[in-house]
Ligand binder design. Structure first.
Ligand SMILES: NC(=O)C1=CN([C@@H]2O[C@H](COP(=O)(O)OP(=O)(O)OC[C@H]3O[C@@H](n4cnc5c(N)ncnc54)[C@H](O)[C@@H]3O)[C@@H](O)[C@H]2O)C=CC1
Ligand SMILES: O=c1[nH]c(=O)c2[nH+]cn([C@@H]3O[C@H](COP(=O)(O)O)[C@@H](O)[C@H]3O)c2[nH]1
Ligand SMILES: [K+]
Length: 497
């Protein structure tokens, strides 16, 4: 019997609430190469993923572009609901209509419009002309920036000079097909059009070919039985969320997250019952929870997945405001020890700021990690980059921040104008990280190295090491945490890849 270090069972039963940084694993035995580590997993009972990564349902994290990027990587994005029903449904429809791993910004105008300034093109080489000037309208033609630049009468109506027969490709084409076509015809760009309703879905530029070639090779994407990207969505626990759900189901969601900071409530249980009864084939993820007791209650009502984390998120102030929550390492271990007995996968939500935290979450029993701040600085997150003190940043805010609550179009807070609003989150910003298509694969490679050090060649094997007591861990003192980081240098640059 190995008496070095502690088993998780012993370590997590001593009355302390531990975070990821508090604990450290002792190395195991390596008998396989890093590339033999298999990170495939389950989001929920019936949804399989090839990487354990989930984008959080937050309005500065997951809309179409993030959902597409995460599914292309083999993970999944959960689309937020701090918008109208039609906006959320349209984000989901757009994500599900993609076959290629990225989503370009598309600009639309109607034939009767005029283009007054080159700025209206943004970064796009063209403006798309549709009947109503919106995306969900019949595609009529394009105006290329070069054509507009050459116009003598800049006030002319678009209908007078647009190209009504541009080269397009069907949106069902995959990236290799589109890239091959662009290269062979020497095109600058090609719009991808949904043949059924003649809607423009995406735009691939010649520069994208080079960009994609410089990125790590993608593994298996997350696809549903219909061959389309897997996309999840979140809703709340109000009655109005039932109408929202009807539209999300029509838009094709594959998984539903019932979003609440304290998921063990009558409101949530009633919603779970409603969803399970009305849409028996939809996987329902309940949460958020941090205790065995909460988990048992939601499992009893047949949830297909559990979202774990209260107050651990980077923008969360719940533990300060409400004095309720739990250290995330303890929360993940405790909840997953119950969930595993019922075959319910656990999502470790919040507090992930490096690959080591992902290794810890998964080795303590989670099947996936949900991330907000880790993804919010990517190109795929909503919003534009700003310059702050010489640093390129994007806004990232808590869904319980005053700003997000007052923006909220649903009745959660605005309907309750008589109530005093208390924020449980902050508004901040995060540094530019480039595309998820690059930094997520590198992060997964780092996670594989962590698993190799532990002697775990898969999530199943990591969970087996955990439950059998073979995985040994310890709590790090403050000094040990300092020692485990970079220390004693005058200056340094941290570069992971
Ligand atoms: N994971 C975390 O630690 C935390 C996350 N958040 C995020 O912030 C957002 C807001 O979270 P919450 O405030 O927990 O939202 P919530 O919608 O669950 O709760 C807001 C308030 O409405 C009440 N409520 C919910 N359903 C109701 C119904 N059917 N009838 C009457 N009252 C009802 C709740 O009890 C609560 O007082 C979410 O996106 C959540 O994920 C907020 C705090 C902590
Ligand atoms: O206390 C909170 N107040 C908020 O306003 C808030 N908004 C999001 N969340 C939760 O934080 C998670 C993301 O955390 P990270 O940025 O650490 O990945 C998310 O996935 C949520 O669980 C909030 N928690
Ligand atoms: K926090």
């Amino acid at each position: 019997m190995n008496d070095d270090g502690f088993s998780a069972e012993k370590l997590f039963n001593q009355g302390y609430s531990y975070t990821y940084d508090d604990v450290i694993f002792l190395p195991g035995f390596i008998d396989f190469p890093t590339d033999a580590v298999n990170l495939s997993t389950k989001l929920s009972r019936n949804i399989s993923l090839s990487i354990p990564c989930v984008a959080s349902p937050m309005d500065t994290v997951t809309e179409t572009s993030m959902a597409v990027g995460m599914a292309a990587l083999g993970g999944i994005g959960i689309v937020h609901y701090n918008n109208t029903i039609s906006q959320q449904a349209s984000i989901i429809r757009a994500a599900k209509s993609h076959q290629i791993p990225f989503s370009s910004d598309l600009i639309f105008a109607s034939p009767s419009d005029s283009i007054h300034s080159a700025d209206e093109f943004g970064n796009s080489p063209c403006i798309f002309v549709t009947e109503s000037g919106t995306k969900e309208s019949k595609f009529l033609g394009v105006v290329c920036k070069s054509t507009w630049n050459g116009l003598s009468d800049k006030q002319a109506r678009i209908s007078d000079y647009m190209n009504v027969s541009p080269v397009t490709l069907p949106s069902s084409y995959n990236f290799e097909d589109v890239a091959g076509y662009i290269a062979s015809k020497k095109l600058d760009f090609v719009p991808l059009v949904n043949e059924k309703d003649r809607e423009v879905v995406n735009l691939v530029k010649a520069t994208d070919l080079e960009r994609m070639n410089s990125l790590p090779k993608l593994g298996l994407p997350s696809l549903g039985t219909d061959g389309k990207f897997l996309v999840g969505a979140a809703i709340g626990t109000r009655d109005s969320d039932k109408e929202r759900l009807e539209h999300l189901v029509k838009a094709g969601i594959n998984a539903l997250v019932i979003d609440s900071s304290q998921g063990n409530s009558e409101y949530q249980i009633n919603m779970i019952k409603y969803v399970k009864h009305t849409y028996p084939h939809l996987d329902v993820i309940g949460g958020n929870i941090v205790t065995k007791y909460q988990a048992e209650n939601l499992i009893k009502h047949n949830v297909d997945g559990l979202r774990v984390g209260m107050g651990s998120g980077s923008i969360c102030t719940t533990q300060e405001v409400c004095a309720v929550g739990r250290g995330q390492a303890t929360a993940v271990y405790k909840v997953s020890s119950i969930a595993e007995q019922h075959g319910v996968p656990v999502i470790a939500d919040g507090g992930i700021s490096n690959s080591g935290h992902i290794v810890k979450a998964l080795s303590l029993g989670a099947s996936t990690v949900m991330m907000g701040s880790f993804l919010a600085g990517s190109n795929e997150a909503p919003g534009t980059y700003e310059n702050k003190n010489g640093l390129r940043v994007k806004k990232y805010r808590g869904m319980g921040s005053l700003e997000a609550m007052t923006k909220g179009s649903d009745a959660r807070y605005l309907g309750d104008t008589a109530k005093l609003k208390i924020a449980q989150g902050v508004v901040g910003s995060v540094a530019d990280k480039g595309t998820v298509l690059k930094f997520v694969p590198y992060t997964m490679q780092a996670v594989k190295q962590g698993f190799q050090d532990l002697g775990a060649s898969s999530l199943q094997s990591a969970h087996h090491l955990l439950r059998s007591g073979t995985l040994r861990l310890e709590v790090r003192t403050g000094a040990a945490q300092v020692e485990g980081g970079v220390h004693g240098l005058v200056g340094y640059e941290k570069k992971y890849f």
